[in-house]
Design a protein around this ligand. Structure first.
Ligand code: CTP
Ligand code: MG
Length: 370
């Protein structure tokens, strides 16, 4: 198996070569290799990488042979071919850029090469109408789609056939099947897979991200603290100097901020305020709610998450949120770097909050991949 990953990805337009671009939790090359690793039969893998990214390719492909690529895809495949070990009889050539290719397609191609002893190309029927266009933009005609297929990878070949095709190559072709056909060797089609699409442009990368899921996540947080007469009250990141009681707790007891922090952390799968900041940690003794919110947002950013928005509801008889809603929303929004809305309710005289013994808050947050 030769996985070619040595292209620059000029049409994708990212700073790193395309196979090393982040795609959700891993790089493009790692996703491609996960498809290979899921094959029924284990295979020898040669990864062809850009000279500048040989170490990164080795890290992404433990157990694979990594060799530097050449100026064209064809050069890169040739270098991969030269690095295969002697016993290999069937060679698959695969674009790392087809990062979501299902393992079943690799198996299908291997089986077809075994069965027919010929070159095998996975392909899909062409969906769009095809037009022949003159240089001035005039349409000269419509190409009949019957019998046409869009070729994908992995393409599979008996090793000797592929080596002969490469040795005889006289010009640069767009794929390996074309080189094999050029030496007169038969190549046949097997059904391709929609998921084997090639990541070429930024839209393709967004599509792959969406297919993998997890592009957006929601989280929820809840907190409650007892009211303590004589303690200064902090709620929603602002002080309430006229309040007769404040909230008990190791920190400033700001339940609105704490619920918000839990919502942010849970959305990112980063646990909760207790496990992240340690309520017993002396560093956080008396810490303001704002401190926790700021640190949670920084943690999220470090994991590649961006906050799209959050919402907090305070459950209390007093203080009334309404008169200071705009102020609290401005403070929390500035801390989070995204719109945070705030609301308030009572619990109809029931429970901790209704009996005026404490204050609670519930929050939700929505995150997106940065
Ligand atoms: N490839 C390669 N060596 C090259 C050129 C391409 O190994 N000199 C690989 C790419 O890494 C990719 C596959 O061939 O996995 C298909 O090529 P393509 O999608 O065209 O990738 P790039 O050439 O990197 O992208 P672009 O054409 O947009 O620059
Ligand atoms: Mg290219």
């Amino acid at each position: 198996m030769i996985v070619v990953a040595a292209g620059s990805g000029s049409r994708l337009g990212r700073p790193e070569p395309k196979a090393f671009a982040p795609l959700r939790d891993r790089i493009v090359l790692e996703h491609a290799l996960a498809g290979v690793a899921g094959m029924r039969t284990p295979v020898e893998v040669v990864v062809v990488a850009p000279e500048s990214h040989l170490a990164a390719a080795r890290a992404a492909a433990p157990g694979a042979t990594v060799v530097p690529g050449g100026p064209t895809r064809q050069d890169s495949v040739a270098r991969g071919l030269a690095a295969l070990s002697a016993p290999v009889r069937i060679v698959l050539v695969h674009d790392a850029a087809r990062a979501l290719t299902p393992s079943a397609l690799f198996d299908r191609v291997v089986e077809a090469v075994r069965e027919h002893g010929e070159g095998v190309v996975p392909g899909l029927a062409v969906a769009d109408s095809l037009k022949r266009v003159a240089p001035d933009g005039a349409i000269d005609g419509t190409v009949d789609r019957t019998g046409l297929a869009a070729a994908q990878t992995p393409q599979g070949f008996p090793r000797g056939v592929l080596e002969r095709a490469y040795a005889a190559a006289e010009r640069v072709e767009t794929d390996d099947a074309a080189l094999v056909a050029a030496i007169g060797h038969p190549v046949r089609l097997v059904p391709g897979e929609a998921l084997a699409f090639k990541i070429t442009t930024p839209v393709d990368l967004s599509r792959a991200t969406e297919i993998l899921g997890g592009a957006q996540r929601t989280g929820v947080g809840v907190d409650a603290h007892a009211l303590e007469p004589g303690t200064p009250l902090w709620l929603g990141g602002v002080p309430w100097p006229d309040a007769p009681a404040g909230l008990a707790g190791h920190s400033d007891g700001d339940v609105a901020c704490h619920a918000l922090v839990d919502a942010l952390l849970s959305a990112a799968g980063l646990g909760d305020i207790g496990s992240r900041f340690g309520t017993e940690d002396p560093r956080y003794a008396g810490a303001s709610g704002a401190t926790f919110v700021r640190e949670a947002v920084a943690l999220l950013a470090g994991e590649g998450w961006r906050v799209l928005g959050a919402s907090v509801e305070v459950i209390a008889n007093a203080p009334r949120i309404g008169p200071r809603r705009a102020e609290i929303e401005a403070v929390l929004s500035a801390l989070v770097g995204a719109p945070v809305t705030v609301s308030g309710t009572t619990s109809d005289g029931l429970g901790l909050t209704g009996e005026g013994r404490g204050v609670a808050a519930v929050a939700t947050a929505l995150l997106a991949r940065a």
